[in-house]
Ligand binder design. Sequence first.
Ligand code: GRF
Length: 202
Amino acid sequence: MIGRKRVAILISGRGSNMAALIEAAKAPGYPAEIVGVFSNRAAAPGLEIAAAAGIATQSLAQSSFPSREAFDDAITAVLEGWGAEILCFAGFMRILSPGFIDHWLGRTINIHPSLLPLFRGLDPHGQALAAGATSHGCSVHFVTHGTDEGPVIAQAKVPVFPDDTAETLSSRVLKEEHKLYPLALAAVARGDVRFERGAAVR
Ligand code: GRF
């Protein structure tokens, strides 16, 4: 397919959402191709999955750089070397410098396992249970300066059952993440959803 958007995925861990995006991008009509996977952890299991799928991988560690800004500039150099047009954060556990966010603003999306704006940050499943939520889910959103704060592109909802633990809830949500993220990336790659003046516009 002509005109597929070039997408880089950034991970820190197991990479199951990354794998779902790689799988979806194999479909002939999918509007994006995965051109590289970056990790800030060399031991991230997702890197091996990506390499096995024939995708370029690179890891760099913050400890090799004198500052957060220098590290983030090096990440941008890797991503631009791949010709990335869109970034997908998929379990990328890193607070990025304002310069990085601004450079990629409107071109970076993230998946978070809650119905944003509810339960931002760490342990969203535990937060949902502690709040007595009766439904929960996941969101794909544009990345802006605040953690998990950017405008929402798409969401999927699941029920919360009385006997749920953070583990049972998280695995129910994860199944939805694997369906939602490819759909949301496709919508952004096609231009069906755009980032304009801080909002997601359809
Ligand atoms: C997912 O639940 C994602 O929503 C969150 O971190 C987890 C990453 O899992 N940001 P995986 O690495 O994609 O398997």
